[in-house]
Design a protein around this ligand. Structure first.
Ligand code: ATP
Ligand code: MG
Length: 569
């Protein structure tokens, strides 16, 4: 694994080795100048950001070279596959900004053709029905250092193989009684070539083909033939399939198909502080560590969308990380940088107070309400502005007041003056505490009417500016503060749940936000000034009961924490 900081946020997108191969192929007029790629998910879970890398690569290349990209569901293992996953994958690909037009395919639509291909291999003496048990097959396979042994069934006649395979298909045998295997080479140094299984008996209802089939083709047989059927030119997959490439080529060569796509492998995305494995993410869902596949802490596209990530930020991230031939771990901070950068441009600024502290302005008239004009974006006047009501009783952030301010605390404190964003200077004159508990209840201030524009005609300076809302005009909201789902950079191993960050979600139910947010649409994104970027939750938020998800803080607090930890060492 490479180091995590190798990829810099400002590194330009490079012309990667895959695009170089395609450019060369086009120069040589290979495939008559066509470029056809595909994104081939198995519908057995939701897509995660790793899949986004593959989607951006396959659809991106097709677009750049005037080609097309198919969306193909690789649905040959019915246990665990479902329509729900198909639909979620389609909507995630669409949300990311890609369009497969009418090129939606299912490997399960090829079952009949694949069966015919299998018959052909048998007739050509290239495949045989093996009746060893799964365990025996494993024993016969040998190891990385020792060759395997031929199965005693390897010499069955073509007639017997045809008969048995057809009867497997007809449902005459129990699951596991026989498999169909390629007849290649049990002594091959590549274990994948030691007579790999092509079909197994599996009595599981398929979400599309129902109970029509009780035998299902294996990945290595299905994938290359699906690519060939669809006339894919460049079959781009992740590095773990590098040792399967000889088998990919073997199947297509032995069947002498018209179209023989080129498999090209690239390094999968690994991201620090999270996990990109459907199986492990499924475990988090099923064991209840998260609320679902779309929990905003999940690295799934559904979770990231709900959290407030934009498709632009994710595409930009995928472009920045590029594609390489060597595995590495990308720093989560890069993804966070990309979303901050995008939201900084597009998110309107508003004010919200997470943990309210009541402030009474003693010298402000009881019934008076003023309105201040506040632009939605400091650099983008086109975003317009809104009016913010100001009155005698306000809420400020509890953390913005300290009775005993430490050095360098420039916010509100007894006898201190601060600027209220867009409004007046206020000065703290006294505090009110609960007589029994000593708990701070409210803070009393005076305001200076001369400072209406946020500065003082006498030139007096204040060091701090804080955000606020008017108590009577603000609206209640629930705010969910999310943090990284794991507390360590590399939560690997089977017992990965022990690395879960216990503080990955903090729910605050008593927040107050400015009036203009009353009609905020689900999914809409804002910067709460001084606090971070927030998004209206698309599942739990409703009119009159707003719920906001914090997408990301304004600054990278993890970098700060990590550097503090280092300096303490
Ligand atoms: P997982 O390991 O999460 O179960 P998978 O590879 O089994 O993923 P598929 O549905 O088979 O999931 O993946 C569809 C496509 O996405 C494949 O081409 C696969 O190579 C690619 N892909 C999956 N994970 C990543 C990743 N982390 N980075 C890049 N591409 C990925
Ligand atoms: Mg897979």
């Amino acid at each position: 694994m490479g180091t995590s900081n190798m990829i810099r946020a400002d590194s330009p997108p490079s012309h990667d080795f895959i695009r170089n191969i395609i450019t060369e192929d086009l120069k040589a007029n290979k495939n008559e100048g066509r470029v056809v790629t595909r994104f081939p998910p198995e519908p057995n879970g939701y897509l995660h950001i790793g899949h986004a890398k593959s989607i951006c690569l396959n659809f991106g290349i097709a677009a750049e070279y005037g080609g097309v990209c198919n969306l193909r569901f690789d649905d040959t293992d019915p246990s665990g596959e479902s329509v729900e996953y198909v639909e979620s994958i389609k909507s995630d690909v669409r949300w990311l900004g890609f369009n497969w037009a009418d090129r939606l395919f299912f490997a399960s639509d090829y079952f009949d053709r694949l069966f015919q291909y299998a018959l052909q291999l048998i007739k050509d003496g290239k495949a045989y029905v093996c009746s060893l048990s799964a365990e025996e097959i494993r024993e016969y396979r040998g190891t990385l250092t020792e060759p395997g042994k031929d199965s005693p069934y390897r010499t069955r006649s073509v007639e017997e193989n045809l008969d048995l395979f057809k009867r497997m298909q007809a449902g005459e045998f129990e699951d596991g009684a026989h498999v169909l295997r390629a007849k290649i080479d049990m002594a091959s140094p590549n274990v994948n070539m030691r007579d790999p299984t092509l079909y197994r008996i599996k009595r599981v209802t398929h979400y599309r083909t129902g109970n029509k089939w009780c035998i299902y083709p294996m990945y290595d047989f299905t994938h290359c033939l699906s690519d060939s059927i669809e006339e894919i030119t460049h079959s781009i997959c992740t590095l773990e399939f590098e040792n399967n490439r000889p088998l990919y080529d073997w199947v297509l060569d032995e069947l002498n198909v018209d179209c023989h796509p080129q498999q090209i492998e690239f390094a999968r995305l690994n991201l620090s502080y999270t996990l990109l494995s459907k199986r492990k993410l499924m475990e988090l869902v099923e064991r209840g560590y998260v609320t679902g596949w779309d929990d905003p802490r999940m690295p799934t596209l559904a979770g990231m969308r709900r959290r407030g990530y934009t498709p632009e930020a994710i595409r930009n991230f995928c472009e920045r990380i590029g594609v390489a031939k060597r595995d590495s771990i990308v720093d989560m901070a890069l993804l966070e940088y990309c979303i901050r950068e995008d939201l900084n441009q597009r998110a309107p600024r508003v004010m919200g107070v997470l943990r309210p502290l009541r402030v009474v302005i003693d010298n402000y008239p009881e019934d008076q309400v003023e309105e201040f004009n506040a632009p939605y974006h400091p650099q983008d006047p086109g975003m317009g502005s809104r009016k913010i009501p100001f009155s005698r009783v306000l809420y400020i952030e509890r953390e913005d007041f300290r009775e005993d301010p430490p050095k360098k605390f420039f916010r509100l404190a007894p006898r201190r003056e601060v600027r209220l964003r867009y409004a007046y200077f206020i000065k703290c004159v006294r505090v009110v505490k609960d007589k029994q508990t000593g708990e701070l209840i409210e803070v009393h201030c005076t305001y200076d009417p001369e400072t209406r524009a946020g500065w003082s005609p006498d030139g007096r300076k204040v060091k701090g500016t804080i955000h606020w809302v008017s108590a009577a005009h603000s609206i209640p909201a629930e705010v969910r503060l999310y943090d990284r789902i794991f507390r360590v950079p590399n939560p690997s191993g089977d017992n990965f749940v022990r690395y879960l960050n216990p503080n990955s979600l903090e729910t605050i139910t008593s927040s107050r936000v400015e009036t203009s947010l009353a009609d905020a649409a689900p999914g809409s994104r804002y910067q709460f000034e001084r606090l971070g970027y927030f998004c209206v939750d698309s599942v739990d938020s409703s009119d009159g009961a707003l719920v906001f998800n914090r997408t990301i803080t304004l600054r990278d607090s993890w970098a700060k924490m990590e550097s503090e930890e280092k300096s303490r060492e």
